[in-house]
Design a binder for this molecule. Sequence first.
Ligand SMILES: Nc1ncnc2c1ncn2[C@@H]1O[C@H](COP(=O)(O)OP(=O)(O)OP(=O)(O)O)[C@@H](O)[C@H]1O
Ligand SMILES: O=c1ccn([C@@H]2O[C@H](COP(=O)(O)O)[C@@H](O)[C@H]2O)c(=O)[nH]1
Length: 236
Amino acid sequence: MYKKVLLKLSGEVLSGEGQKGFNLDNISYLIKELKQILEYGTNVGIVIGAGNLFRGREMSELSPTIADQIGMLGTVINALYLKDIFEKNGIRTVIVSQVTSLPSIRPIHYDDINLYFDAGYLVIFAGGTSNPFFTTDTAAALRAVEMKAEILIKGTKVPGVFDKDPKIYDDAKKYEKLTFDEAIEKNLKIMDTEAFSICKRYNMHIMVLDFFEKGNLLKAITGENVGTLVVPGDSK
Ligand SMILES: Nc1ncnc2c1ncn2[C@@H]1O[C@H](COP(=O)(O)OP(=O)(O)OP(=O)(O)O)[C@@H](O)[C@H]1O
Ligand SMILES: O=c1ccn([C@@H]2O[C@H](COP(=O)(O)O)[C@@H](O)[C@H]2O)c(=O)[nH]1
């Protein structure tokens, strides 16, 4: 049973696949899945994407640095939205970020993260890495290492890592397990190379799973590989 995890959620978890904005059915599903693992006393940090609002790469009319800043602010909007809904549902939540000084957002202080967990809070890391040219996958890798998580769980809309994008290729084959080196060499685009590199350097295992499959998160917390594990060394 994992006791401290960083959960990276795609923004589309909040809207539904291919949708924009917020869908309350999706959010109540997220709350149910989260409550199951919080009941076990697992400390949860969340990095939320912003694909339901803005992705820098989709705003080609803008300069990349501006588009990416808008994308990072999208993650802040998602974090605020989630904090309020979580708290209305009994999940005490703190948002930390380096990109804003809004009244409901605290700065990231390493010394405080464990205090929040010890006090029973879920911690949302908003604002990505605070730098353009990155994505929230890289932010998730950084925050997982910073909070000393036991594993980074990427909750997404595909059931794991495949040899090619399963949303495009019907004959894509899923890996049960692979190494960071294999993921980087094969340029598997489920996550950024930067995210794999950080996790490799700091021995942070990753589990990629289909977040839309009921019960997957709880199974992952109990150590069951319900998607694909990305690990250092020999994947056999
Ligand atoms: N080798 C691969 N294995 C699995 N998925 C892959 C692969 N290559 C590309 N993908 C695609 O990567 C996507 C991962 O999406 P992710 O959860 O990171 O959402 P995102 O769109 O980047 O996040 P957000 O919605 O926050 O912007 C999947 O939808 C899948 O189609
Ligand atoms: O460190 C970061 C993280 C994110 N961005 C920008 O935000 C959007 C949304 O993040 P997703 O990971 O795509 O959900 C991303 O497209 C970037 O434009 C960033 O610049 N730096």
